[in-house]
Design a binder for this molecule. Structure first.
Ligand code: NAD
Ligand code: IPM
Ligand code: MN
Length: 364
């Protein structure tokens, strides 16, 4: 069986971390005797520079022809002067999510026992570890609601976004969260702002209805502001966090940092046919791009998620996850995971990738 992956490295650290994920995938192919073909396409700022638009037709067609998309990150200061809809994020990433109806975004954040020192949490909290799955609705809500725009002039000029959710959109993402919880610790925390937003009131209503089909799963509701706080106080009490698009965006950066770095959080974005895009939850990190110091783990773990969910190669995914876990517990860490006093011991992006590749080959 041969597989086809569309590779969209994008901007900033995208190409640096993608190179490491490709090394690790090669090792997996060798070890598990897989035939994977890769087609690289420009996306985001790179596509603006080379093709004059952030999501060229050739890129979209290449993604349509593939079994899955491995995505890096897009955006950066170079393209921020462009009109909003021509910028990499709104001109490429969001349309890609919309085009394939990738409504289901899952971002798993785990603080491994033994790696508590990487977390910025106080030690009595981090020593308990945590394992949170953020299930984020990705193609609705305030990101996509119409109307969106600006009108008027001078001091009267105003801008507006529309938050909008249908029962159907809420129901399908809630089902995913409950199904995920059944395979985990059987708890769903639904994040909303039902004390203010009409969308959140409907969200609660539909989530309550869906919960009836999963009597073995505990459901709790929490307001987004309280959620950000409780995550700092008692992260180990959360299992699956079910979030609308904007709230999931916020929660995912927070859970990433609780594990120690934005560079650790992987993600899958999937549609109802099982087609997926796999990307680190973080961005193009312009502040560290080009220095060879970005953490490639989120990109590498996103490749593992691709093997699991799109190619159904569970043992290959587990092999990568085990190798990443071993590298981290061996103290193989990029600089942002170390206190300033220990940065001299930091591994570079490629050293990290090489070590994880070696561990995969050795069958750790
Ligand atoms: P960011 O996630 O790029 O960076 C936030 C912080 O996390 C920075 O300090 C960065 O150095 C750090 N960081 C992120 N990834 C890291 C890694 N792999 N290793 C080490 N440190 C890492 O967020 P931002 O600065 O708000 O955004 C920068 C650009 O990226 C913007 O143009 C934004 O729109 C875009 N962005 C793109 C995506 C995507 O393509 N999926 C996601 C988020 C942000
Ligand atoms: C993410 C990113 C994107 C989002 C941006 C770049 C559009 O922050 O994937 O978390 O807000 O969804
Ligand atoms: Mn984000």
């Amino acid at each position: 069986m041969s597989y086809q992956i569309a590779v969209l490295a994008g901007d900033g650290i995208g190409s640096e971390v993608m190179a490491e994920a490709r090394k690790v995938l090669s090792a997996v192919e060798e070890r598990f005797e897989l035939a994977i073909e890769y087609s690289e396409y420009d996306i985001g700022g790179a596509a603006i520079d080379n093709h004059g638009c952030p999501l060229p037709e050739v890129t979209l067609k290449g993604c349509e022809a593939a079994d899955a998309i491995l995505f890096g990150s897009v955006g950066g200061p170079k393209w921020e002067h462009l009109p909003p809809n021509d910028q990499p994020e709104r001109g490429a990433l969001l349309p890609l999510r919309g085009h394939f109806e990738l409504f289901c975004n899952m971002r798993p954040a785990k603080l491994h026992v033994g790696l508590e020192h990487m977390s910025p949490l106080r030690s009595d909290i981090s020593e308990k570890g945590f394992d949170v799955l953020c299930v984020r609705e990705l193609t609705g809500g305030i990101y996509f609601g119409k109307p969106k725009g600006r009108q008027g002039e001078g001091e009267e000029e105003e801008a507006f976004d529309t938050m909008r959710y249908s029962r159907k959109e809420i129901r399908r993402i809630a089902n995913i969260a409950f199904e995920a919880a059944q395979g985990r610790r059987k708890k769903v925390t639904s994040v909303d702002k039902a004390n203010v937003l009409a969308c959140s009131v409907l969200w609660r209503e539909v989530v309550e209805e869906v919960a009836k089909d999963y009597p073995d799963v505990e459901l709790e509701h929490i307001y987004i502001d309280n959620a950000t706080m409780q995550l700092l106080r008692r992260p180990n009490e959360f299992d699956v966090m079910l979030c609308s698009n904007l709230f999931g965006d916020i929660i995912s950066d927070e859970i990433a940092m609780l594990t120690g770095s934005m560079g650790l959080l992987s993600s899958v974005s999937m549609n109802s046919k099982g087609f997926g895009l796999y990307e680190p939850a973080g961005g193009s990190a312009p502040d560290i791009a080009g220095q060879g110091i970005a953490n490639p783990v989120a990109q590498i773990l996103s490749a593992a998620l691709l093997l699991r969910h799109s190619l159904k190669l569970e043992s290959a995914a587990v092999a990568i996850e085990a190798a990443v876990g071993k590298a981290l517990s061996d103290g193989y860490l990029t600089g942002e995971l170390l206190p300033a006093s220990q940065r001299a011991n930091a591994k570079s992006t490629s050293e990290m990738g090489d070590y994880i590749t070696k561990l995969v080959k050795e069958g750790i």
